[in-house]
Each structure stands twice: as C-alpha cells, then as structure tokens.
Write a protein that binds this ligand. Structure first.
Ligand code: NAD
Length: 456
C-alpha cells in the first residue's frame, strides 16, 4: 500500500470540512456502533482464536467499554465542541474572549494486542468524535482480531476517512515516516520511544499510552477479604496481560502471613481454567517463555505450573521477594504475583520511587493517613483506593500515564480533548479604540498604563 497516497487522500477529505460537522460525526459513531453490534460473533470468534478469550471477558472488558464510549460521545459531543466563553481582561475592553475546539486533522492510531478491540477502537472513537480522520494500525500479535477489525471497518468506511492498515514492525515503521496531525500509541515503553522520535521529526502531537510496574500496597488496616478478592480479579484478569494489572504487592509484614493465606484460598476458589472460560492463554510462545523464566521455583507459594502446548501459566504467587529480584526488573505482564513485605512504609515508598513512574497504583487501606501519604508521595498515572483496575471503567476519569508510563490521556471528554486543538479567540468591535498602545510612546501614556495597572 502506498501510505503517502493514503495520507494525502485523508488530508483532502479532512480539508473538505465534512468532519467538522457534528451531525456527520454522530452518524459515523452510530454507524461504528451498529457495525460492532452486527459483527459481535465474528469479533468473539477472532479473539478466542488469538488467546482463548471468552465472550464474557470480551463483552465486559472490551465491547461494553466501546459501546459506553460511543454513547457518551454521541450524548456529549455538542457540549464538548461548544464555544466556551472566558473573561476578558481590563486592557482589552471592550471584547469577548472564547475558546473553540477544532479537530487536529489526520490521525494515526497504533494499538496493542492485550485488549485488541478496546485499545484500537476506543482511541478511534475519540478521534472521530473530535472530527479527525483515522488510520488505525492494530497489533499484528493478535492477528485474528486485527483481521476482524480490518474486515469490518474497511468494508464499511471510506479509506479516505477511517481505515485499518494491518502489519507488524515493517509496516508500522513505514507508517511512522509519514506526517500526521496527531499520533496516538498504545504499547510498550520501548516502542513508545520510537513513536515519540518519529513524531518529533514532524512536530506531531503525540499521546503515548505505555506500561510499567504498578504496585499494590496492602496495609494492616485493610479489609483483608475484600482486598484479596478485588486484587485477585484485577491481577488474573486476561491472565495478567493488562497494562494496569497490579504488577507486585507491597504488604505490611505484620499481616503478610494472613494475606498469603487468604490470597491462596481466593485464587483456588476462582478456578482459573480454559475449560470454564475463566482464563485466557498467554498471547504467544515468546511471552510464554519469558514468563516461565521469571518463576523462581524456590519462592513459589501458590501455582507455578505451566503447559507450553496450551500456552497456559497457572496463577502464581511468589513470596519473599525483594526489589532486587529479577521479577522486579521489568513489567511482568502475566499471571505472576510477587509479594514484597515492608516494616517501614517510608522505606517501601522510597523503593517504589526508585523505579519508573508506574501507570497505576493501588492502595488497600482504611487508614486515611497512610492512604494520603502513598497517594501524594508516589507519582503514577491513575489508580484506585481499595480496588484494582476499575478506575479505567469510569470515563469521567482521564486515563493515561506519567513519565515512562506515558503522556496524555483519553476516555470521555479527555479523549475528545486529546484529538482537538483549542483555539483561543479575542473578538473586538470597531466602536472603541483607546489609543495609548500606539506610538508615539510618551511618558504620559506610560504613567497612565502604570496607574491603571496598579488599580486593577
Ligand atoms: P508493543 O510496543 O510491542 O507493540 C505495540 C504496537 O507497536 C503494535 O501495533 C506493534 O506492531 C507496534 N510496534 C512494535 N514494535 C515496533 C517497532 N519497533 N517499530 C514500530 N512499531 C512497533 O506492545 P505490546 O506488546 O503490543 O503491548 C504490551 C505493552 O503495552 C505493555 O507494556 C503494556 O503495559 C502496554 N500497554 C499499555 C496500555 C495503556 O493503556 N497504557 C494498554 C495496553 C498495553
């Protein structure tokens, strides 16, 4: 495919001003919703082929969120795109001042494989709502879902407006050479750097949704049963292949033993297996081998078994872990849960802060002082108090990272803002002109300006 021609055609379409029309955007979002709904079976089959993800999981943590995103956008798009008046300062009297969002133009969206529909289509929804054209490149690692999205989008939208381009590193490298008005990337921190560099060449604004090691703090004052239940769900959902999964536990030494006991019990009862569709496969052999190599058998207190033919790794808990262990060096992105205990919360916070800023942080506690301390002392993208992962499901909360876990945010209005430029306008009538800003620059005029400045 000739990417240069593709982008030219999208630029031409954007310049036709069709996407500026709010009615047009709403129609396209309705159309997208209809297409997804009509093709749900195809989407379920494709994702099951990729990593045995069930209909329940796919609906609840992919399609449900997409339908919500579309409905929220359609409902709020008028308000989001309305002109917003702001105060005018004294020296500009008489005038009105306002801010109007405008679409950035052509956008490139690159998705990750772990929630392939949500991570590709949610940014596309935001881009469409804000009036942009879209080239979407899903991850080639979840090949069947990439094919499914390409088939349903490309059959229903014109290439010059919204198209899916499939491919791996070679195709993405070519795509990245082109000039867009916006790039939106979801994936690893290392690829994020490549995308950022490519964006810099054209000064293209870029949103990076990256990963990292997200800690979960468990303090003495938490409700242990609820804590474990919410934590286990967030960790082993998608077999731990979730960017905001709790990556590791930091638990108060005084309750460590009880915590591990309740944790083991909860995982055992959750019955994570393919047979009952409660669990998914590791996405490929490369990730399977990487994860198996991270299991230090001497530290396993639950699980530890795996099956390479099935790409199955049992939910696995490792205790007696220190911040220096191998498993603490990189984002785990799999069903392995290391536990680090602390005796001094300040030391634990200091260790977490030595690492890159995480995408999420979870704090399980009923102690307000500790909650406020951890929340304010550690910099992280977003998170929950007394829950895990669920903050992503509230589209009133902008979702994104900080530092190595990303830049920019989306979901709800934040997504609309991400794909918009906000034009600041001052509008003046002709009937009044105080002449003191024009030459000649006399002492009298300067004194008058200084006097006015001192009283307003
Ligand atoms: P990845 O970086 O390997 O791939 C992401 C995308 O980049 C894919 O579409 C891929 O084709 C492309 N790509 C890969 N290598 C490239 C290269 N050298 N040049 C150009 N393009 C390239 O990431 P992944 O394995 O798909 O996803 C896992 C990572 O993504 C984890 O770190 C996870 O935390 C993160 N993630 C973040 C979020 C978030 O919302 N912040 C969501 C999901 C995943």
């Amino acid at each position: 495919m000739n990417f240069e021609l593709l982008i030219q055609s999208q630029q031409t379409f954007f310049n036709s001003n069709k996407t500026k029309d709010i009615g047009f955007r709403k129609q396209q979002l309705e159309k997208l919703k209809h297409i997804i709904r009509q093709n749900e079976t195809l989407l379920y089959e494709a994702i099951y082929k990729d990593f045995k993800k069930s209909e329940f999981d796919t609906y609840t943590n992919e399609l449900f969120l997409l339908y919500s995103d579309i409905n929220t956008a359609i409902k709020n798009i008028d308000a989001w795109s309305a002109k917003k008046s702001v105060k005018t300062n004294f020296f500009n009297f008489p005038a009105s001042s306002y801010i109007i969002p405008e679409p950035l133009g052509t956008s490139l969206i690159i998705g990750a494989w772990n929630y392939p529909y949500q991570l590709s289509l949610a940014p596309a929804i935001a881009a469409i709502a804000a009036g942009n054209t879209v080239i979407l490149k899903p991850s080639e690692i979840a090949l069947n879902t990439s094919n499914a999205m390409a088939s349903i989008i490309n059959a229903n939208f014109s290439t010059e407006y919204f198209t899916v381009v499939e491919g791996g590193v070679a195709e993405t490298t070519e795509l990245l050479k082109q000039k867009y008005d916006k790039m939106f990337f979801t994936g690893s921190t290392s690829t994020g750097k490549i995308v950022y560099e490519a964006a810099a060449k054209h000064l293209t604004p870029v949103t990076l949704e990256l990963g990292g090691k997200s800690p979960a703090f468990i303090t003495k004052d938490c409700n242990l049963k609820q804590t474990v239940k919410r934590l286990v769900w967030g960790k082993f959902l998608n077999a731990g292949q979730t960017c905001i999964a709790p990556d590791y536990i930091v638990v108060d030494k005084r309750i460590e033993e009880d915590f591990i006991k309740v944790l083991k019990d909860c995982i055992a009862k959750s019955d994570y297996s393919f047979a009952n569709n409660n669990y998914v496969q590791i996405i490929n052999d490369k990730h399977f081998n990487r994860l198996v190599n991270l299991i230090d058998k001497t530290k396993v207190v639950f699980g530890g078994s795996s099956n390479s033919a099935e790409r199955y790794i049992e939910p696995t808990v490792l205790s007696g872990i220190s911040f220096a262990d191998e498993i603490m060096k990189e984002e785990i992105f799999g069903p392995l849960l290391p536990i680090i205990s602390y005796t001094n919360i300040d030391d634990a916070i200091a260790e977490v802060k030595k690492k890159q800023k995480p995408l999420s942080c979870y704090i399980f506690t009923d102690d307000t002082k500790i909650k406020n301390k951890i929340r304010s002392e550690i910099s992280f993208g977003g998170g929950c108090i007394n829950d895990s992962v669920m903050h992503i499901s509230n589209d009133n909360l902008p979702f994104g990272g900080v530092g190595a876990s990303g830049m920019g945010s989306y979901h709800g209005e934040a997504g609309f803002k991400t794909f918009s430029h906000y034009k600041s306008i001052m509008e003046k009538p002709f009937w009044f002109e105080p002449n003191f800003k024009y030459p000649p620059y006399t002492k009298r005029k300067l004194n008058l300006i200084k006097k006015l400045k001192s009283i307003i």
